[in-house]
Design a protein around this ligand. Structure first.
Ligand SMILES: [Mg+2]
Length: 362
């Protein structure tokens, strides 16, 4: 299990840069993947050529991030609210803040707040128009929140759901400094249960946040952080066998040559469910690591692997982007992509709020 022992980070970046890099990296990976979310690999090749979709400049129109980034920003907002209360000496229930934030997200999607759920107080983020566009929100995220019940491990909503709508919104838990890895895991897995009841949803989210925390806060390198995430997943009572199998496969295959899209999905799944999305994101990052590759080159190579397949390309692109942004900080972000991206200033403003409440601003 990961401990909080100090470590020397193998890539020099400030913590503030890692936070902003992770949020923006996720948004960029999501944006590339969202162009082909529902395309199989043959269709991707027909649309963009044999090499597939390799650059945001290939978008035919304006670039958009999807529900993955929208919900990730709401995760940040919930953590900011809970930490603001904590800074005032008031112990707020962080998971209640997350539920209220996701209920506010539900309202952005044009859905009514369920009558027997609390009516959340509006916050700044709710007025951001870009977050009100429906970008194919996940069915379980919508139905779990629309139930009006606060899902928990003991009393799950959507008990059979393990869609990747949990993992893809969970990087921010790993970006909170000064809390132990185990607290990160619990916050993240409890927040997954707000919409998805299957154990893999909880455990995959917890493992992903553990990985991001191991990189951004503990200073581990990519493979050590991935191993720590797998170790934490394996330590869970009733650890989900599919999650462990996918993580093992991702780590093993990353040692070899980069897989073709067909082989990637045959080995790791298509990413529609939590453990597959996490495995593909981790695989894409580790398989494209090379000795003297620059942060931007690594980022581009990983995102290209993460989105060019027949599966859930925006979520796998988002996860890979979150990881490499946490690792390299903003050095990972291609300037040409930032110039095309949707509202990078909004993503940065929300990241700045997290840095403000954690006392980690530059
Ligand atoms: Mg999406």
């Amino acid at each position: 299990m990961v401990t909080d022992s100090p470590a020397t980070h193998p890539y020099p970046a400030s913590f503030a840069s890692r936070v902003q890099g992770s949020l923006m990296g996720g948004a960029l990976g999501d944006s590339l993947g969202y162009l082909v979310e529902f395309d199989d690999v043959d269709t991707i090749r027909e649309r963009f050529g044999e090499a597939g979709l390799v650059d945001l400049s290939q978008a035919a129109g304006p670039v958009h991030f999807s529900d993955d980034t929208q919900m990730t920003l709401y995760t940040v907002d919930a953590l900011v609210e809970a930490l603001d209360w904590a800074n005032q000496g008031i112990g707020a229930d962080a998971n209640a803040c997350l539920w209220l934030a996701y209920l506010r997200w539900l309202a952005t999607q044009g859905e009514p707040t369920p009558s027997h759920a609390p009516t959340p107080q509006p916050r700044w983020i709710d007025a951001q128009e870009t977050l009100h566009h429906r970008r194919h929100p996940g069915a379980a995220c919508l139905s779990g929140l629309a139930s009006g019940n606060m899902g928990t491990q003991a009393r799950p909503v959507n008990p059979d759901s393990k869609g990747c709508g949990t993992v893809m919104r969970s990087a921010p838990f790993g970006l909170v400094p000064h809390i132990p890895a185990e607290a990160v895991y619990k916050l993240s897995s409890d927040a997954a249960s707000l919409t998805h009841g299957h154990p893999s949803a909880r455990q995959s989210s917890g493992a992903f946040s553990t990985l991001v925390h191991a990189i951004a806060v503990l200073g581990l390198d990519l493979s050590a952080a991935a191993a720590a995430a797998k170790e934490r997943a394996a330590a869970e009572p009733n650890a989900d066998a599919d999650l462990l199998r996918r993580l093992d496969a991702a780590l093993d295959l990353a040692e070899g040559p980069v897989l073709e899209p067909e082989a990637l999905t045959a080995a790791l799944g298509e990413g529609w469910v939590a453990e597959e999305a996490l495995a593909i994101g981790i695989y894409a990052v580790l398989a494209t690591t090379a000795g003297d590759i620059s942060p931007v080159e690594h980022f581009l190579a990983a995102i290209r692997v993460a989105v060019n397949h027949s599966g859930d390309s925006d979520s796998t692109g988002s996860i890979a982007g979150n990881i490499l942004g946490a690792y390299y900080g903003e050095d990972a972000l291609p300037q040409a992509w930032l110039a095309l991206a949707e509202e990078p200033a909004l993503v940065r403003a929300i990241g700045a709020e997290l840095l403000r409440v954690t006392g980690a601003a530059d």
